[in-house]
Design a protein around this ligand. Structure first.
Ligand code: MRU
Length: 360
């Protein structure tokens, strides 16, 4: 995997989590230092940090911040023993896990870290030791995410022609969206590393422009040929340029393979089927939610009116018109040619292939 020539999406600095502020890209490379749970929830809600795996990694460090805050609060209200620690800790963990609803990596990371902490608490271990264990757990989640990205890249590259490939993608499923090199974009980095000449069409991804602002920034940094198109150009570009593949990321994948991803993904999958282009979803196992039988049960975040009616402060929609702003849609498994995971390339029927891969 090539070393990516841009700053880390998130970095733990012992007492604070430093986030590359994605709301400011590509105009500015600015950082936000987060030292408590409220600030992290705000950063997740505002998409300072975004993309399912990156939110999961950030939340893992957030659970450590929650433990530290719980200790301070509990110490403040009586004696040297932090009596209300578990109660405060749980409340903060819930706030964190609820900060965005669709990407399952968020709750997955919070629950994994919370379970570590509560098991130690139940065994009567001191708070210092619990905090040390939480730091180790968060770093493990971050490290695992890096490794999963690289494995996804390697597996996914095998789906592309070796010499030259044209790929279409939506939103940003790259290094900016993970703790490592990305999911959909990791496939491109792996293909580039083995010498494939790539041409990428990046949908701008209305309304928050993750494709135009983030994917184009990231791929240009990596020296990959990238062309931004408006979302409504995808059909004609697909017909004219016949991409070898569409590759996207995921926020949550149900047990049957139905996949929630950025709004517009579903339309792209229909277009891909119509034009005979394979549609691939790249995601780590932390994005699968096997408790959900199908995509109809995936909660879809609805975001603020102003993202559509008043982007960058300019009034685009009259105040007396309604606005609907779902941030994600669900692509039926039947439209997905393969799911690219760190465990390998999964093919339909997904209920069987997912269950087998994830239990291995
Ligand atoms: O609202 P966002 O920017 O967090 O949405 C992100 C996406 O939809 C990504 O495609 C998904 O999280 C996968 S990131 C590897």
């Amino acid at each position: 995997m090539p070393s990516l020539r841009f700053p880390p999406t998130l970095a733990w600095h012992g007492t604070l989590l430093r986030l590359l502020d994605q709301t400011k890209l590509p105009a500015e490379e600015a950082y936000l230092d987060v030292e408590n749970v409220a600030a992290l929830c705000d950063a997740i809600k505002r998409l300072v940090v975004r993309g399912a795996p990156a939110i999961g990694c950030a939340a893992a460090y957030g659970v450590l911040l929650a433990a530290r805050e719980a200790r301070k609060g509990a110490e403040g209200c009586g004696g040297s023993q932090p009596v209300n620690w578990a109660e405060r800790f749980n409340t903060l963990c819930e706030q964190l896990a609820d900060s965005r609803p669709t990407a399952v990596n968020l709750r997955w990371a919070v629950e994994r870290c919370r379970a570590t902490a509560l098991a130690l608490h139940k065994a009567g271990k001191p708070i210092d030791l619990i905090e040390a264990a939480l730091e180790t757990e968060a770093q493990a989640i971050h490290g695992e995410d890096r490794a999963m990205c690289d494995a996804i890249g390697t597996h996914g590259a095998s789906l592309l022609p070796a010499e030259r490939a044209t790929v279409m993608t939506h939103c940003n499923a790259g290094a900016l969206a993970t703790g490592g090199s990305g999911t959909a974009l990791a496939v491109l980095y792996a293909a580039q590393a083995r010498g494939t000449k790539l041409a990428v069409f990046a949908d701008e991804t209305r309304p928050l422009l993750q494709g135009a602002r983030l994917t184009a920034w990231e791929l240009a940094h990596a020296g990959i040929d990238v062309t931004v198109i408006c979302d409504n150009m995808a059909a004609s570009v697909m017909r004219a340029r016949k991409p070898d593949a569409v590759i996207v990321g995921a926020d949550r994948i149900a047990a049957n393979g139905d996949t929630a991803n950025k709004i517009g993904t579903y339309g792209l999958a229909i277009l891909a089927q119509h034009h005979g282009v394979p549609f691939y979803v790249a995601a780590p196992s932390s994005t699968f939610d096997l408790k959900l039988a199908d995509g109809s049960q995936i909660p879809i975040e609805e975001r603020a009116r102003a993202e559509i009616s008043q982007p960058q402060g300019t009034l685009n929609v009259p105040p007396n018109a309604k606005v609907f702003n779902p941030a994600f849609d669900v692509t039926p498994a039947a439209l997905i040619a393969a799911l690219v995971t760190e465990k390998g390339v999964l093919r339909p029927p997904y209920r069987e292939s997912i269950a087998k891969a994830l239990s291995a």
